[in-house]
Design a protein around this ligand. Structure first.
Ligand SMILES: [Ca+2]
Length: 107
């Protein structure tokens, strides 16, 4: 998959300081679920793990793709042939720009 550039919006949940007055609300979390692509759990462990997932609509069709950055600086791209509510991920390989794998050095 090749793109010119990526824009994305990150959403953070603001939590009150621990010493703030009033009750501290901590939402219960659901059990973790392995995300699958092509019928198997996604595993970018060969790239030393430290996976950084991001949902972003890089094709402009209104359905987000799954991008998973790794410690080595490459970004795995998974297209969604499902829906926003019921995604079905399929591996598209590494993110490329101008025919080359995108590498973002993080050190
Ligand atoms: Ca899309």
């Amino acid at each position: 998959m090749s793109i010119a550039f990526v824009t994305a919006t990150l959403i953070a949940i603001q939590q009150p300081a621990l010493d703030a007055p009033g009750p501290l609300f901590i939402a219960p979390l659901a059990s973790p679920v392995r995300i699958e692509a092509d019928g198997a759990p996604i595993d970018v462990g060969a790239d030393i793990a430290h996976a950084g997932p991001l949902l972003a609509d890089i094709t402009g069709d209104g359905t987000p793709e799954l991008l998973v950055g790794t410690f080595r600086g490459v970004i795995h791209v998974y297209s969604n042939s499902g829906t926003r509510a019921q995604p079905k991920w399929e591996s598209e390989g590494l993110l490329q720009a101008e025919g080359e794998d995108v590498r973002i050095h993080n050190w």
